[in-house]
Design a protein around this ligand. Structure first.
Ligand code: 3PG
Length: 216
């Protein structure tokens, strides 16, 4: 497991987290290479398929420098499975105090989903300062995040859900947005089609869009 500081530096620097749903673990190494070719050394592999843990393990083994997180983590036993596979961070769609506390106990970074002031306050009470905002578009998008950042100036958001090249900049231009997550760089369809060049190209385009904001 890599250090949380270097994870957050990478997120701040690149501002993008590809959200991956993988069904064929044999694609893990090629997928990791495609993302790295596109300029990103981070990925969130969702526990929505049976091979998520194997995919995390294979990505980490083939590309040890990569930050590979586990997404859609709902239970403490999934935290254990993800950590055993080598996951560098844990992402939950919602806020569950048991999951957060368990991650803290085993020493893995955790980013729970919070979309209301009460959920954010619950995260703060457990010492967190970064939360996922999911599903971002359905919960009012960048406008809601901006409104939430007023009472919670110390909180950073990772919006995910309904984000793609068309609305990416709305989110990344907000100072309170640490990074955005999304499947648009490596969709399930592209992964199944083994379209590694296209995944690398989409990753590169997304990075270029984010960098052009940063340099304004
Ligand atoms: C997630 O698990 O974070 C989301 O399902 C990703 O959402 P997207 O497919 O709309 O990017």
């Amino acid at each position: 497991m890599k250090s949380n500081d270097s994870l957050y530096s990478t997120l701040i620097d690149k501002k993008l987290v590809p959200v991956i749903k993988i069904t064929d673990p044999n694609s893990s190494e090629n997928l990791a290479d495609a993302l790295i070719t596109g300029g990103l050394s981070v990925a969130e592999v969702t526990f929505r398929t049976d091979c998520a843990a194997e995919a995390i393990s294979r990505m980490k083994n083939s590309r040890p420098g990569m930050f590979v997180g586990a997404g859609t983590v709902l239970t403490t036993s999934q935290v254990d499975e993800a950590v055993a596979a080598g996951a560098d961070f844990i992402v939950s769609p919602g806020f569950d105090a048991d999951v957060v506390r368990h991650c803290q106990k085993v020493g893995v970074a955790v980013v729970p989903g919070c979309v209301t002031p009460s959920e954010i306050m619950a995260a703060i009470s457990l010492g967190l300062s970064t939360v996922k905002f999911f599903p971002a578009a359905a919960f009012g998008g960048a406008a809601t995040i901006k409104a939430l950042s007023a009472p919670f100036p110390g909180i950073s958001f990772i919006p995910t859900g309904g984000i793609d090249m068309r609305n990416l900049r709305e989110y990344t231009s907000l100072p309170c947005v640490l990074a955005v997550g999304g499947s648009f760089m490596a969709t399930e369809k592209l992964i199944s089609a083994k379209a590694w060049d296209e995944i690398a190209a989409r990753t590169r385009s997304a990075l270029a869009a984010v960098c052009s904001i940063a340099s304004v």
